[in-house]
Design a protein around this ligand. Structure first.
Ligand SMILES: Cc1cc2nc3c(=O)[nH]c(=O)nc-3n(C[C@H](O)[C@H](O)[C@H](O)COP(=O)(O)O)c2cc1C
Length: 348
C-alpha cells in the first residue's frame, strides 16, 4: 500500500470531493467501531488510535487488528505517539510490515501524562525536537507520512515555525485540530489558524475540531480552504455525517436521519462492540460512553441522556432506547446537537 512507496493520497470515495476522515479516538476507533461506521457510510480515511512508542513498546495487538482485520475497504493510517527517535523508527519499520495507508504522528494529545514526557502535544513546545522527529520519520517512511497536531501548546507562538517544518520534511497530509493543547476539547475552535495553515503548508490539510454537520463541514471548507475534514466526537453522535457530506456535495442537501435508524445504530454498536468475556454491566457502561454523544441529538430536554446514564443492564438500556427512538413523537434525529446538552468531560 501507499506507506511502502507511493506518495499519492488514496482516492476519495467520490472522486474530486473533499476528503473525509474519522478522527483517531482512543478506546473508540477500534476495529468494531470502524466497521459499524463503515456500514452506515464510510469516511474516506480511517486513523487508528495511537500506538505508544517507548523503549519497551511493542505494537498493541488490539490496535493492530484495526489494520490487519479491517474489512471496510478504506485506507487505514496507523498513528504513533512518542518522542524517542530510535524507537519511533523501530515502530515505523514494524508498522510498515502491514497494509497501512500511511504512518501518522500524534503531536496533539493533551493528556498531562503524555505531554509531560514530551510526547503528543508536548512536542509542540519544542520545534527543534520536532525538526529531528519529522526528519527521522521522513527518512524512514518511503510512502505516506502524515501528522496530526494542534495549533500550539499554551499559545500559538511556535505555530508558523512548525508549519515550516511540516513543509521542510515533506509531510504528505496534515490534520489540524484548531485548539492549543491547554484548550483541551471545549473552547471555540480557531478556524482562522486552520485557514492560515491551509495557506502555508504544501500538503493537503484536514480541518479538525467541532465539525458538527455536513453543512458546517462545507462552511469550514469554504472558510479555511482545507482539502477535507476530520471528524471525531460528532461522528460518534452522527455516524451518517460522512455520507451526508457526500450527499451535500452531490445534491446540496442531506436526507434527515430517523430516530428508528439511530436505534439500529445503537443496537449494532451494542452487538458489534460486545466481547464474549465482558460482563453485561461493563458493556452497558461502555455503551454509555457512546450514548453520551448520541443522546445529544435524541430529545431537546436531554431526558434520554438522563435516563440512559442510569441504565443498570441491557434490558433497561434498550427499554429506554425503544421509548425515545421507536415511539417518540419526534421522528427525526437532530442534525446538530441540541443546545445545552453535553457529553461528560470524562468521556473525552
Ligand atoms: C475519546 C477521545 C479519544 C481521542 N484519542 C485520540 C488519539 O488516540 N489520537 C489523536 O490524535 N487524537 C485523539 N483524540 C482527539 C480527536 O482525534 C480530535 O482531534 C478531537 O476530538 C477534536 O475533533 P472533534 O471535535 O471532531 O472530536 C481523541 C478525542 C477523544 C474525544
Amino acid at each position: 500500500m501507499n506507506a511502502h512507496s507511493n506518495r499519492a493520497l488514496p482516492q476519495t470515495i467520490l472522486p474530486g470531493q473533499p476528503i473525509t476522515a474519522l478522527a483517531p479516538m482512543q478506546d473508540v476507533t477500534t476495529l468494531p467501531f470502524m466497521s459499524v461506521v463503515s456500514d452506515i457510510g464510510s469516511p474516506d480515511y480511517f486513523f487508528t488510535e495511537y500506538f505508544r512508542v517507548h523503549i519497551q513498546s511493542r505494537l498493541e495487538k488490539h490496535i493492530l487488528e484495526a489494520i490487519t482485520e479491517n474489512g471496510t475497504g478504506r485506507p487505514v493510517f496507523a498513528q504513533m505517539i512518542g518522542e524517542d527517535l530510535e524507537h519511533l523508527k523501530r515502530t515505523t519499520l514494524d508498522l510498515l510490515q502491514y497494509e497501512v495507508a500511511g504512518i501518522d504522528l500524534n503531536m496533539g494529545c493533551p493528556a498531562p501524562t503524555v505531554y509531560k514526557k514530551g510526547c503528543g502535544g508536548g512536542l509542540l513546545r519544542d520545534p527543534q525536537k520536532i525538526d529531528k522527529v519529522l526528519g527521522t520519520l521522513r527518512d524512514t517512511i518511503p510512502g505516506l507520512f502524515t501528522v496530526k497536531m494542534r495549533i500550539g501548546f499554551e499559545d500559538t507562538k511556535n505555530f508558523e515555525q512548525i508549519l515550516k517544518l511540516i513543509n521542510k520534511h515533506e509531510v504528505d497530509l496534515l490534520s489540524l485540530h484548531g485548539r492549543t493543547v491547554k484548550e483541551m476539547y471545549r473552547s471555540q475552535v480557531r478556524y482562522e489558524h486552520i485557514k492560515l495553515a491551509a495557506e502555508t503548508v504544501k500538503c493537503p490539510l484536514l480541518a479538525n475540531g467541532d465539525v458538527s454537520s455536513a453543512s458546517h463541514a462545507f462552511e469550514i471548507l469554504d472558510y479555511t480552504g482545507a482539502a477535507g475534514v476530520m471528524i471525531g466526537r460528532h461522528a460518534i453522535r452522527n455516524p451518517w455525517i460522512f455520507r451526508q457530506i457526500r450527499e451535500m456535495a452531490m445534491t446540496g442537501k442531506t436526507q434527515p436521519i430517523k430516530l428508528t435508524e439511530v436505534f439500529q445504530y445503537v443496537r449494532n454498536l451494542y452487538n458489534t462492540l460486545a466481547k464474549p468475556w465482558t460482563p453485561e454491566k461493563a458493556h452497558v457502561n461502555k455503551m454509555k460512553k457512546f450514548l453520551n454523544f448520541i443522546g445529544q441529538g435524541v430529545d431537546p430536554e436531554g431526558r434520554f441522556l438522563y435516563e440512559a446514564r442510569r441504565a443498570q443492564n441491557k434490558l433497561d438500556l434498550f427499554a429506554i432506547c425503544e421509548r425515545y427512538m421507536l415511539s417518540s413523537p419526534l421522528e427525526f434525529f437532530a442534525d446538530e446537537p441540541y443546545k445545552g446538552l453535553f457529553a461528560r468531560p470524562n468521556c473525552e
